[in-house]
Design a binder for this molecule. Structure first.
Ligand SMILES: C=C1C[C@]23C[C@@]1(O)CC[C@H]2[C@@]12CCC[C@@](C)(C(=O)O1)[C@H]2[C@@H]3C(=O)O
Ligand SMILES: O=C(O)CCC(=O)C(=O)O
Ligand SMILES: [Fe+2]
Length: 354
């Protein structure tokens, strides 16, 4: 990426925090992955990990004339919504799925050839938030910022082109969709143009590149799904995340005030869009960036693809003026990502001013 690698370099991850378990060779949950009775598990155990309540998130048709208003309402009440009629061909989701499956089914020593470096962003490894927990998640990921070619060529000298082409096409489609969605969401907030000079519909020429990333998440089947966590509770950092959950395997849960953890059941053909920290800041706290987590299945291998979109690294983010005192101080995207990389739980409260 032309943008944020340096922000992550300032908080490198220890090598042992990057290497996932060899899931193909385990038939029990090792102590390192058992979240029961660990300090980390407190927010996790306050409710059953599986069979929790299901909710129906608002479903918004991108062709609907009221889409902007509905998105604003959904962001305010839920911090998230589902989108249908988004224009992403089903074949593209299937192509990404087939490349991701081909990658994650490789033997552990093959995947290790694409390992993310301690201060890098692209590559194979555990989630970036892993060092903040004592226990290890039942998860492996492949993060792509820009092109994965240098990593994938190591594994597939003959067929790496296909993987790269598919990921490039997906990132292009997701970038366009993110920009369409942000246009509508920011319109619902009455955002003045000078506040979002980086958005293509506003910018003239010479626009800087947005910060984007694609995360392929893999949650292998687990012999003790209630003991482990796929992805520990977190909020996403950027403006929005577009999530595609593969197949009809449940996994994504969101913490709803007053209700607890609720399951977001995958809806075929739809994507889930959620508010990230930067949109929470821009909306001056009106749109919550919801705490979410992923749980795992005992027989099925779950995959999800998360696409993150944020403003260019050096642009500043601050609450859109809407007549109320600002709850957050202004900072650059780079500064916020650096803060979150060092302290992922405390970053938002550190920039809160009221
Ligand atoms: C752009 C990014 C957001 C992310 C960190 C990253 O550089 C690439 C991976 C993303 C991810 C995916 C899993 C959850 C998460 C919190 C993490 O550990 O890595 C998010 C990061 C984020 O939103 O900050
Ligand atoms: O796999 C999921 O459902 C959630 C993934 C996620 O939260 C993320 O990649 O940030
Ligand atoms: Fe997330």
């Amino acid at each position: 990426m032309a943008n944020l690698s340096e922000a992550y370099e300032s908080a490198p991850v220890q090598t042992h925090h990057i290497i996932p378990l060899d899931f193909q060779s385990v038939n029990h949950v090792p102590e390192s992955h058992s979240w029961s009775n660990s300090d980390d598990s407190l927010p996790v155990q306050s409710q059953p990990l599986v069979n929790c309540e299901q909710i129906s998130l608002p479903i918004i048709d991108l062709g609907d004339l009221d889409a902007s208003k509905m998105m604003g309402q959904a962001c305010e009440s839920w911090g998230m919504f589902q989108v249908i009629n988004h224009g992403i061909p089903l074949t593209l989701f299937r192509d990404v799925e087939s490349e991701a499956r081909a990658f994650f089914s490789l033997a552990a020593e093959e995947k290790m050839k694409a390992l993310r470096s301690p201060s890098g962003v692209t590559g194979y490894g555990v989630a970036r938030i892993a060092p903040f927990f004592n226990k290890v998640m039942w998860h492996e990921g492949f993060t792509i910022v820009g092109s994965p070619v240098d990593h994938v060529r190591e594994i597939w000298p003959e067929r790496y082109h296909r993987f790269c082409e598919v990921m490039e096409a997906y990132q292009k489609a997701m970038k366009e969709l993110s920009e369409r969605l942000l246009d509508l969401i920011l319109k619902s907030l009455g955002t003045p143009e000078e506040h979002i000079e980086w958005l293509p519909s506003v910018a003239c020429q010479g626009r800087l590149a947005p910060c984007t990333a694609l995360q392929l998440n893999s949650y292998p089947p687990c012999p003790g799904p209630t003991q482990v966590i796929g992805l520990a509770p977190h909020t996403d950092s950027y403006l929005i995340t577009i999530l595609h959950q593969v197949g009809n395997i449940n996994g994504l849960q969101v913490l709803m005030e007053g209700t607890g953890w609720v399951l977001i059941v995958p809806l075929e053909g739809a994507v889930v869009v959620y508010v990230g920290d930067m949109l929470h800041i821009m909306s001056n706290g009106l749109f919550p960036s919801m705490l979410h987590r992923a749980v795992v299945d005992n027989t099925r291998h779950r995959l999800s693809f998360a696409y993150f979109y944020g403003p260019p690294a050096d642009s500043s983010i601050s609450p859109i003026p809407r007549g109320c005192p600002s709850q957050f101080r202004s900072m650059t995207v780079r500064e916020y990502i650096e803060m979150k990389a060092k302290d992922f739980k405390g970053a938002l409260s550190k920039i809160r001013v009221v």
